[in-house]
Every structure is written in C-alpha cells, then in structure tokens.
Write a protein that binds this ligand. Structure first.
Ligand SMILES: Nc1ncnc2c1ncn2[C@@H]1O[C@H](COP(=O)(O)OP(=O)(O)O)[C@@H](O)[C@H]1O
Ligand SMILES: [Mg+2]
Length: 256
C-alpha cells in the first residue's frame, strides 16, 4: 500500500483540496483508496457530507481504542472505491496527551499496517499544526506531498515542515521523500512568479514542474467529494500532478 501524507504546517494552502482531487483521481483510475482526515476541523469529512454532530467514529478512535481497526472505522463515499475515515473535534485533545502517552506517535502507522491489503493508496489529510497528528502521518507515510501556496509566507512554512520531516526521518530510520505541489498560483502576480522560481531553485526536482492555478471550480469541496465531473484548469493541473507523482515513484522504485 502506498501512503502519502498531504501536509504543510500552514493552513489554507490546499491540503484538503489536494487530498480530495488526488484521492478521487486515484479511485477513478481503478485504485482502492482510503483518505484519512487528521484535522480536528474536519473539512475533508465535511466535504463528504459527514455530519459533525453527533461526532462520527473515526480517526480519534485509532488513538484511543486499542482494538479499533481502520476497515471498521472507514466508510464508503459517493466515489466508487474511495473510503473515508472521518475526523472529530476531539482530535485536538490528543495533542496534549501525546506528550505523556508513549507509543502514541505510531498509532496511525500501526493501524495502517493492520489494513495493508485493504487499500492500494492511502492519503493522509494533515492539520496545520506540527503536533502529534502530523508526526503520526509523517511516521506512517512513504511520501510527503506538500501543497505550497506560491507566496513568501508559505515558503517559510514549507521550510519548517521539512525540518520536522528530518526529525521524523531520524527517529524512524527510514527516508521520507517529499514532493512539493505549488498551489493557488496566480501567474499574473510578480510575487507568485518569484516564489515559484524560488521553490524550484531550492527544491529542484522535488517540485512539480507546473502549478495548480487558482480556479473557482476547485472551491466546491463537496462537489469534488460528491463525484461531480472534475473539469477546468485546476482539475487538469491535479491530473498532471498525479501523473508526475506516480512517474517519480516508479523511477524511484526502479532505481532502488
Ligand atoms: N486551486 C484552487 N483554486 C481556488 N480555490 C482553492 C484552490 N485550492 C484550494 N482552494 C480553496 O482555498 C481554501 C483553502 O484550501 P484547503 O484545501 O482547505 O487548504 P488546507 O487544507 O491547506 O487548509 C478552500 O476554501 C479551498 O476550497
Ligand atoms: Mg485542510
């Protein structure tokens, strides 16, 4: 099973949109896909029409119930072959417990190991906090996919995120390759063009050669999750992102 952590410690950079689009496109290509909502704000779950009240069983239980299993907690979605493990607001309370409860940093990795033949691809939609939930995602993933808005502040966020990744790599003793996906790009602005240039200078081949443009059709997360046709410049860019990610992975495994 392929596991991608979709993470960036900055909010509003397109993590949930990236998870939704890539998850849908992978499912449409015939893969069995699981998307895990790790954000207490639960925007991914909301896009799938999962009501927050009463809180659904989902990601929180992976951390609090030793016998909980992903196949029991994930539910089918409107998209064929795509399952969702919903988030709850209570996930926010785990950040405090993580410091005192040993082993909690690997809860998600263990749950995924237990379900390794159930799905072909898992996408982990991370919260914008460098805490226990993101560390869990980075510990469990075989690739970090970092959506990055092409503005100067977002570039700083990416730098901090990669520092956290290095820390996780050291403790798990396994490399975590990363791919940067420039998002919400407005090529008419000079700041956007300069940031894109800086991303390529700094991260080279780890950066998607294009960029996902600002496209109002991508704003409707519920439509993407609901299976409405994915059309437009934004969707086209995400299709290219997916091809690029899959190609770079097969090159990677051929080299290994
Ligand atoms: N390429 C895009 N074009 C237009 N709107 C976008 C695009 N990507 C994301 N959005 C919108 O921007 C906001 C933040 O995106 P989201 O995916 O929720 O980011 P994050 O998960 O990083 O907080 C959402 O309202 C989303 O619909
Ligand atoms: Mg989000």
């Amino acid at each position: 099973m392929r596991t991608w952590a979709v993470a960036n410690q900055k909010g509003g950079v397109g993590k949930t949109t990236t998870t939704l689009c890539l998850g849908r496109m992978l499912a449409e290509a015939g893969h069995r896909v699981l998307v895990v909502d790790l954000d207490p704000h639960a925007s991914l779950s909301h896009a799938f029409g999962i009501a927050p009240d009463p809180a659904p069983r989902g990601t929180y239980e992976l951390f609090t119930e030793p016998a909980a299993s992903l196949p029991a907690l994930a539910r089918p979605s409107q998209v064929e072959r795509l399952h969702v493990c919903p988030a709850q607001p209570a996930l926010a309370t785990l950040e405090r417990r993580g410091a005192t409860q040993p082993g909690l940093g690997l809860a998600l990795a263990r749950a995924l190991q237990g379900a390794s033949d159930r799905w072909d691809c898992t996408l982990l939609d991370c919260p914008p906090t460098l805490g226990l939930l993101m560390v869990n995602a980075l510990a469990a993933a075989d690739r970090l996919v970092a959506p990055t808005q092409t503005d100067p502040l977002a570039l700083h966020g990416l730098r901090d995120m990669l520092r956290t990744t290095q820390m996780v790599e050291r403790s798990r003793r396994r490399p975590l390759p990363y791919s940067v996906v420039p998002t919400l790009h407005d090529r008419r602005t000079r700041a956007g063009t300069l940031c894109l240039h800086e991303l390529h200078e700094t991260h080279g081949a780890a950066v998607f050669p294009g960029a996902v443009p600002v496209d109002t059709r991508l704003r409707d997360a519920a439509a993407i999750a609901g299976g409405a046709p994915l059309q437009g410049r934004g969707a086209d860019a995400y299709r290219e992102v997916l091809t690029w990610l899959l190609d770079s992975l097969s090159l990677h495994s051929r080299a290994a």
